[in-house]
Design a protein around this ligand. Sequence first.
Ligand SMILES: [Zn+2]
Length: 430
Amino acid sequence: MAVVRDLVVRGGTVVDATGTRRADVLVRAGHIVAVADDIDPPARAEVLDASGCTVAPGLVDLHAHLRQPGREEAETVDTGARAAALGGYTAVVAMPNTDPAIDCAAVVREVLDLGSTAACDVHVAGAITVGRAGQRLAPLAEMAALGVRLFTDDGAGVQDSRLMRRALEYASALDITLAQHCEDAALASGGHMHEGEWSSHLGIPGVPAEAEELMVLRDIALARLTGTRMHFLHLSVAAALDAVRAAKGAGLPVTAEAAPHHFTLDDSVVASYDPVFKVNPPLRPTADVEAVRVALGDGTLDAIATDHAPHTQEDKEAPFDEAPPGMLGLETALALALTELSLPLERVLALLSWQPARIAGLEAEHGGPVAEGRPAHLCVIDPATVWVVEPEKLASRSRNTPYGGRKLTGRVRHTVLGGEAVVIDGQAQR
Ligand SMILES: [Zn+2]
């Protein structure tokens, strides 16, 4: 979309992969045209105040469930993208577990079309198998031809090792990345929370940590066999992280992400039997939560991804074992990372912006340095703002966040998409 007015982001500190410096940013026709000390705004330019703030490349979410088509009562591409923009995201990758699944060119086109007027760039992940059923390969090439760069059956892992090997061989030829929901389905079957002390105490059937570990180990072996790169979604257990650390040490082309709830909540909260705490993979014991934090700091994990998973009140009010898994994430991810992780701001932004942009194949557009000539996708973060999460004020169509009432430090002030201020002073503009 052509934006006529110039825009100046004034008074902030620019942080990107190249470092940190004090600078104003001038944006014209969707691109950054100057980054310098004290830019005098041209006549009629829109000025965004960034004093006391960090000006960074827009955040990129590798893992959002936007629910359209099929579950519009829980979320739409439009409402999900608005939530994303408020959270500082300028790009999200929509997961393919919609109804119908995003497993062919027609559905890819439908979702991209819905995203064309949204408050952030909407990209899609295509399914690896037809209907995400794990039986036969989806037409990966026809989806890749439409620009799809990431493929996954997320919600389920591809169980058939031979099929996964073939998918990896195709992926290599098409220059796309496969992303895995790491869960051995047979071992996880019937579980609704982490299998351990709390599950036996509460009498809720559990999913052993080994269900995740086994799939990661198998896929590391398949990455070695095929030489193809592979991305692990929402890792949650120490053993899986150790496996990824070892694989990276051996030079294998693997990347991995974790979701905010896996470094902020442990499985003891399930004692309330509140389905808002039901997620897949489930919340884990403290030792695993600590392992995720360590892995975010030492480079084992490349990205924080939201796994934003909206559900209607009606669906989430079911008994724990019947409720669908998932919680909201887009509007709280950055603040949770800034509040809960004792990592430098630069590292948090690497995990939320430029590293996920590379994994998603979006680095030409998103996550790049704040520099002349680059597309103007920016977020302006006030790292000192203290705020309290109010579920009823979220832009998502759903309310299933476990963080209501939680005090967080750090908040998005403005978001700029292609030169247009889509969030100003914390208010969505479209
Ligand atoms: Zn998943």
